[in-house]
Design a protein around this ligand. Sequence first.
Ligand SMILES: NC(=O)c1ccc[n+]([C@@H]2O[C@H](COP(=O)([O-])OP(=O)(O)OC[C@H]3O[C@@H](n4cnc5c(N)ncnc54)[C@H](OP(=O)(O)O)[C@@H]3O)[C@@H](O)[C@H]2O)c1
Length: 281
Amino acid sequence: MTLHTELATMMNSINQTFQLGGEIEINRLGYGAMRLTGQPGNFGPYADWEQGITLVRRAAELGVNLFDSARSYGPEWTDKLLGEALHPYAAQIVIATKGGIDKPAPGNIQVDGSPATLKKQIDEALVNLRVDRIDLFQLHRVDPQTPIEESIAALKEAQTAGKIRLIGLSNVDRSQLDRALAIAPIASIQNRFNQEERGQDALVDYTAEHGIAFIPYGPLGAHPMKQGAALPAQSALAWLLRRSPNIVVIPGTTSITHLEENWATWELLAADASRLPVVSQ
Ligand SMILES: NC(=O)c1ccc[n+]([C@@H]2O[C@H](COP(=O)([O-])OP(=O)(O)OC[C@H]3O[C@@H](n4cnc5c(N)ncnc54)[C@H](OP(=O)(O)O)[C@@H]3O)[C@@H](O)[C@H]2O)c1
């Protein structure tokens, strides 16, 4: 099926929101903060810090209420930027961050999902984000040295201690998700998926059946370490938002114009699905 036909035939309207963990309502277009870091390598603080603060506040003003961050972005710098931009937090704002990966130098990715490291990273994220409790804490990647059950048990302990509200996963397959589900409820998974990279189709459907949010990263097909969307943004977002009601998109941008365009796409789809963008390729 060509993209033209595909979009033109999708005429029913989309759900505007998703109940994260069955308990927090979020708009299905959020914001991914990874690019508000030093370049190259998403390392260090974002060079134009004040512009980053303005952009995040503009997102909240538009109605974006899910902000996605991670320990490894900077590292710690996007958590700090979100904390500075959004604290004191409006009631509807939902902060998602991640742990289990650190980045002591550009290009040096250290995966550590041990309970002691996750506990330390949660405590540091609470300070950086200026929150008493993190709404969604995602295991960024499964540590090959630590059984996923041990990592999830540590997150469950943090949940019981009131430090995190919901637990999410990232970069997991079906069997890892099932192993995690045996330990604790899982609110979301975040894997790479977009109009041209559809390897997660089965997991999108499986998570939908279980009421778990599927948060595709790289929704516009961008390379994680390079600037620039590979796909036309409007149709890429429209395709994902139509694909399944549990998909929540978090396009990353450093541009307020692009932020506003992405939000407008969500509004357009939510208000009148018959005005879907139709793109021929
Ligand atoms: N869990 C993981 O392992 C993982 C990995 C990677 C990313 N993520 C998360 O997913 C989020 C999104 O991923 P991503 O940033 O890599 O990829 P993306 O959202 O597919 O693409 C971002 C790129 O697209 C451009 N862009 C955004 N809106 C645009 C528009 N309307 N028109 C034209 N270009 C546009 C941005 O450039 P401008 O700045 O110029 O707008 C940026 O370079 C990240 O921020 C992060 O939160 C998670």
